[in-house]
Design a protein around this ligand. Structure first.
Ligand code: NAI
Length: 244
């Protein structure tokens, strides 16, 4: 259970982040959602979390911006008292082939996915170190494990998250802070709405279906709880067997 814990979820207004916010709330955690632009959707998630009996607030923040991220974590600390769980879920894709990819497509994906993850960890880590506890859960991707044609920017950002995760895990282990990554395969969200289960891609997935946001949320919830206190620096695939 997560009663009395404060969880920050980036990109918590929809998709996997929304499912994570509601699953952690169902275990009793108070919820601070960080969203990029859609205030209405973020508020809806907060209201659904409050229905589960926890405190919940939404904060607009571009995670790629170091200063704005610092201000947002400071605001969350002021409102909730501290942070115990950080879920770095915000992410974007701007797919294209290496021969034609624009510099902006590369930079913006790295800035949101990789630097955004760094920014949030950088601003939460002092709290975790002081408390001698904390859970950091970073959403990577199988693209970061295997690479993916047409996604050099995205795969680089997600592979970078794996290196970041393992390094943070080594640095903060002495302070009892755990840092792990989750590498989802194809999950049914807005990000993958163009793909359906009849798609060619299904032949690469032994379980022959896409995953659900709730299945990823269950794994995040496990890593956030005391049951996972002896797991750090791990990368857990949740991909129907695709990357094995
Ligand atoms: P989504 O597109 O439905 O949600 C992404 C969330 O991130 C949105 O709430 C969006 O507002 C937020 N976001 C984007 N840029 C942001 C920024 N600069 N600052 C703050 N928030 C920002 O995507 P989905 O599918 O829920 O993905 C969540 C995470 O899971 C992403 O990191 C994605 O790369 C990863 N993932 C998703 C897979 C899938 O098949 N859906 C597979 C593997 C990884």
């Amino acid at each position: 259970m997560l009663q009395g814990k404060i969880a920050v979820i980036t990109g918590g207004s929809r998709g996997i982040g929304r499912a994570v916010a509601l699953r952690l709330a169902s275990l009793g955690a108070d919820i601070a959602i960080i969203y990029a632009g859609n205030e209405k959707k973020a508020e809806e998630v907060c209201e659904a979390a409050r229905q589960l009996g926890v405190r919940a607030s939404a904060y607009q923040c571009n995670v790629a911006d170091f200063e704005v991220s610092a201000q947002t974590i400071a605001a969350i600390k002021k409102d909730f008292g501290t942070v115990n769980i950080l879920v770095n879920n915000a992410g974007i894709t701007k797919d294209g082939l290496i021969l034609t990819m624009k510099e902006e497509a590369y930079d913006s994906v790295i800035d949101t996915n990789l630097k955004g993850t760094f920014n949030m960890i950088r601003h939460c880590a002092p709290l975790f170190v002081k408390q001698r506890s904390g859970k950091i859960i970073n959403i990577s991707s199988v693209a970061g494990v295997m690479g993916n044609a047409g996604q050099t920017n995205y795969a680089a950002s997600k592979a970078g998250i794996i290196g970041l995760t393992k390094s943070v895990a080594k640095e903060l282990a002495a302070r009892n802070v755990c840092c792990n990554a989750i590498a989802p395969g194809f999950i049914e969200t807005d990000m993958t709405e163009a793909i359906d289960e009849c798609n060619e891609l299904m032949k690469y997935i032994p379980l022959k279906r896409m995953g659900k946001p709730e299945e990823v949320a269950e794994l995040v919830a496990f890593l956030a709880q005391d049951a996972a206190n002896y797991i750090t620096g791990e990368v857990i695939r949740i991909d129907g067997g695709m990357a094995m």
